[in-house]
Design a protein around this ligand. Structure first.
Ligand SMILES: Cc1cc2nc3c(=O)[nH]c(=O)nc-3n(C[C@H](O)[C@H](O)[C@H](O)COP(=O)(O)OP(=O)(O)OC[C@H]3O[C@@H](n4cnc5c(N)ncnc54)[C@H](O)[C@@H]3O)c2cc1C
Length: 394
């Protein structure tokens, strides 16, 4: 790791250690960790990927991935929530460098210097994790757009300053979609507190209803035709897939850390030594260790390749590489925590130990786009030379 990476990961570690002390309490109460978000803002972590000239820490994709892996070891829910803010900004910074639009600089000042928070606005009840086409509609009306629809899983919702709402743009030539930055106090925006989930409970991923929400035309960004896979989509997926891989691996590492310590100290009176001397325990830990090493090697090397040779990630084959890293890591993470549960026995089942929460949290990983089924289709088709748009699909 570079000196800068070491410093950033140390910061993530300090924050993670603070957050770990509150993770159980927020999980139990289904409450939102406002104090964690304040610490992320105060420390500069909420502007981790914003260039220094805009008040941020100038982290790149690899820095982001390494930091998120560490942060998630303290509180998976906080790491996932801030991921929904940071991945979009990271991709925006990457694309802003190419596009050179002045309003992007102003937006980055809001995030970097004023520590504003963005979030949510992709997933919908009608379309789940299909982030290509949106049931939420945007209609042009003079110098404004009018938005109508419902978003679900809006992580960070209690503290979002700008909701990044993705919508289908109606009546402007070929079918297209765009992102609209909608300020929290905009009339017509309603947050409905629906979030009561099995895991990642402290993300407050509530529903967001948009009813005749008017935003100035300048609030629209990234209009793109629906269908072809452009550089913008690849960039968003690079920042999303690799960071999601890291967050869930972080959750799995937390489970391994607890389990290692537990196995070293837990000694049934029938045994002469603690259970870490048992072959079954060693073999299960070996499996967990190996899977974690595989996941890390894949997403770290993919992030590094992406930074060094972005052009090689063009098209479906490039996207398949990013999806492969996420698919491998989130599934490995589930298996790692299962191995830890096996080692801890019924102790892992008890709510007084963190393993029970980690077991629930880690299960959310396979649901983030691309879900397991869609990832298998994507990776399989690319590997077999079948273009994604081929009809009939199967
Ligand atoms: C803790 C948590 C936090 C989240 N935070 C956010 C957030 O901040 N912002 C946000 O926008 N979203 C967020 N999400 C949403 C998430 O990233 C996914 O978009 C969402 O979980 C997908 O919903 P789904 O599984 O119900 O729907 P679907 O994607 O529809 O999947 C349901 C099932 O149908 C299958 N399926 C659906 N369509 C197809 C298809 N075309 N081909 C093959 N299989 C298909 C899937 O594989 C899956 O098995 C969050 C989710 C969680 C769990």
């Amino acid at each position: 790791m570079s000196d800068k990476q070491t410093q950033l990961v140390e910061l993530a570690g300090r924050l993670a250690d603070q957050f770990a002390g509150r993770a159980t309490e927020h999980d139990r109460a289904n409450s939102f960790p406002f104090e964690n978000i304040e610490a992320l803002k105060q420390s500069g972590y909420s502007a981790l990927v914003v260039p220094e000239r805009h008040g941020g820490m100038g982290g790149d994709l690899l820095d982001f991935v390494l930091c998120q892996e560490r942060l998630a070891q303290g509180c998976g829910a906080t790491a996932l929530a801030i991921n929904m803010h940071l991945f979009g900004i990271g991709s925006m910074v990457e694309r802003a460098a190419a596009q050179g639009r002045p309003e992007q600089g102003l937006f980055l000042d809001l995030i970097g210097k004023q520590r504003k928070i963005i979030g949510g606005g992709l997933s919908e009840p009608e379309g789940g994790g299909d982030w290509g086409l949106f049931a939420t509609k945007a209609r042009r009306d003079g110098e404004a757009y009018v938005l109508n629809g419902r978003k679900v899983f809006t992580s960070l919702s209690p503290v979002v300053d700008y909701f990044m709402v993705m919508a289908t743009v109606e009546g402007e030539g070929p079918l297209s979609s765009a992102t609209f930055a909608v300020g929290r106090t905009t009339p017509g925006l309603e947050l409905v507190e629906t979030w009561d989930a099995m895991g990642m409970r402290a993300t407050a991923s509530h529903d967001l209803i948009l009813k005749d929400v008017r935003v100035p035309a300048a609030a629209m960004a990234d209009p793109r035709p629906v269908g072809p896979l452009g550089t913008e989509a690849i960039s968003l997926f690079a920042w999303f897939e690799l960071s999601i891989a890291a967050v869930y691996t972080g959750v799995a590492i937390a489970a391994m850390n607890f389990t290692r310590e537990f196995a070293q100290r837990y000694k049934p009176f029938t045994l002469e030594r603690p259970i870490n001397y048992l072959p079954g325990v060693q073999f299960a830990m070996a499996e967990a260790q190996t899977l974690a090493a595989q996941s890390r090697a894949l997403y770290v090397s993919t992030a590094r390749d992406y930074l060094e040779n972005r052009e090689s990630f063009a098209g479906e084959a490039g996207l398949a590489r990013l999806i492969t890293a996420k698919y491998a890591a989130v599934n490995n993470a589930v298996r790692i925590v299962d191995c830890c549960m096996e080692i801890a026995g019924a102790h892992g089942f008890l709510r007084r130990h963190p393993l029970e929460r980690l077991f629930r949290d880690v299960r959310a990983g396979i649901n983030h786009p691309l879900s397991n089924a869609r990832a298998r289709e994507f990776i399989g088709k690319v590997a077999l030379g079948v273009p994604l748009g081929t009809t009939p699909r199967w």
